[in-house]
Ligand binder design. Structure first.
Ligand code: NDP
Length: 451
């Protein structure tokens, strides 16, 4: 296998040391035939030795993989400076993956600095979240990227649903004939997509205090999950069919009832305890500007305005400093239309299909009889283990990048739609039309819209 060059801009950053390099090590140790040339750039004035040490430290869990990577140079440069960028581009190999592991504003400035340059054939640009800061800036960024390389060479990374988790979801949904006939407003009452984090700010105020839970999770990741769940079955899993199907859902998605006050909730954690850790209130965390009123928990109810889904609430919720890490998708079916008299314990719904993400599990909650009283209904869960899922997310992202497989990259139009969808919520929250609630760190947070 011929080597691919992975050139990381922002090589001294948190994403690189904590996720990209360890994931690269794990990927190479599983695929020893791969060869990667690793280059780095950043504003830190690192010498060759410091860069080599940073890489070998990050490969600590898979030291054998160090033999499969050629540690190339580290360029100390301001990547927003046109001259510096021009000489950096000048030295690129063909088919280099240029990974923008930079703060979003620096990424935007670096793309500006590249304007007019000719990148070597096959250069792949990998962009991190958040992509832009609203619909207009995402559009502009897309235009600038497309002036540099074609869409098939742009990765807007969504590490949340790794490829295996996505395939698990699609496999269960599309390879079993029982689901597709009931996968609509006719039979589904509502859908919950939740991502609870037990971690709090973890020193990331510079980024998070501007993003909040809405942009960090709902805009960047959970809307993609909604799109996968609600899309029409694609004819193939190639990038065009899959992304066309998702984009069609996103174009039809809006805040339920277009009523932000009734369909959204925002909250911020106060001091509390998560597990063994005492946490200060978010507003007292270092680097936080309390006047911003950044939400650490966001919940939005969306509707997909299509024949298949009209009227079905899709409740998306994510928060920090919650009791445990918990991510799941819950599809709740409507109550049965008629239950023969004599069966006790009328169920409130018609069953539930749950996907837990990372490790991936699927459970189907059914109403059954057969307990002590043969006429009494009770609930039973059928559980299936689908594998490790989310833990492998950046490993899978890197594998897709090195293979040039863009199917799971967020396409330009999808990225713009995700901003369009949340803009009314941002506007209403900015004008305080929805009060900022509070919840003690370690508590379950405010009630749900479905409560
Ligand atoms: P950091 O602030 O930790 O790292 C940013 C890197 O960019 C540093 O190496 C920094 O170098 C470098 N940099 C900043 N300005 C310049 C410049 N003008 N020229 C050259 N290099 C520069 O950010 P993160 O690593 O946390 O985040 C990077 C991206 O990844 C963001 O878009 C973030 O949203 C995304 N992301 C991060 C995750 C994480 O867990 N960290 C998870 C998922 C996504 P220096 O320190 O010398 O300034």
């Amino acid at each position: 296998m011929s080597p691919t060059t992975l050139f990381i801009l922002g090589a001294s950053g948190d994403l690189t040391s904590r996720l990209l390099l360890p994931s690269l090590a794990a990927l190479l140790s599983k695929h020893p035939k791969r060869r990667v040339i690793l280059r780095g750039a950043g504003s830190e004035k690192w010498d060759e030795q410091t860069w080599r040490k940073a890489v070998s430290d990050a490969f600590a869990d898979a030291p054998d993989a160090l033999d499969l990577v050629t540690i190339g140079d580290y360029v100390s440069a301001d990547v927003t400076d046109a001259g510096a960028v021009a000489s950096l581009v000048d030295g690129l190999d063909r088919s280099t993956v240029l990974y923008f592991a930079l703060p979003p504003a620096v990424t935007a400035a670096a793309i500006d600095a590249m304007a007019g340059l000719t990148l070597p054939e096959g250069t792949v640009l990998a962009m991190e979240k958040p992509f832009g800061e609203d619909e207009a800036s995402a559009k502009q960024l897309n235009q600038k990227l497309l002036a540099l390389v074609p869409e098939q060479q742009i990765f807007r990374v969504d590490h949340f649903l790794g490829r295996s988790t996505l395939l698990n979801l699609l496999g269960v949904r599309l390879a079993n004939r029982i689901w597709e006939p009931v996968w609509s407003a006719e039979h589904i009452d509502h859908v919950l997509i939740r991502f609870d984090e037990s971690v709090a700010l973890e020193g990331r105020a510079r980024y998070y205090d501007r993003a909040g839970a809405m942009i960090d999770m709902i805009q960047s990741h959970l809307l993609q999950v909604l799109a996968l769940l609600a899309m029409d079955p694609p004819a193939t899993l190639d990038e065009r069919d899959l992304r066309d199907a998702k984009a069609a859902v996103l174009r039809a998605t809006h805040v339920f009832g277009d009523d932000v006050a009734a369909s959204t909730r925002r909250a911020q954690y106060t001091a509390g305890r998560v597990g063994e850790r005492d946490l200060p209130a978010y507003r007292d965390e270092e680097g936080v500007d309390a006047a911003r009123q950044t939400e650490t928990l966001a919940e939005v109810v969306f509707e997909v305005a299509s024949d298949r889904w009209a009227g079905v609430p899709f409740v998306l919720r994510s928060g920090k400093a919650l009791p445990r890490k918990w991510s799941e998708i819950v599809v709740t079916f409507k109550p049965v239309r008629h239950l023969p008299p004599g069966l006790d314990g009328v169920p409130v719904d018609g069953g539930r299909l749950t996907f837990s993400l990372g490790p991936d599990e699927m459970s189907l909650r059914l109403h059954v009889t057969g307990g002590d009283d043969p006429f009494a209904l009770r609930e039973e869960n059928l559980l299936a283990d689908l594998g490790e899922g989310q833990q492998r997310s950046y490993e899978e992202v890197l594998e897709e990048l090195l293979d040039g497989d863009v199917a799971l990259s967020v396409r330009a139009d999808e990225a713009e739609e995700c901003w369009r969808i949340i803009q009314p919520v941002r506007d209403a929250w900015a004008s305080d039309a929805v009060p900022l609630e509070t919840y003690p760190a370690g508590s379950a947070g405010p009630g749900w819209h479905t409560d």
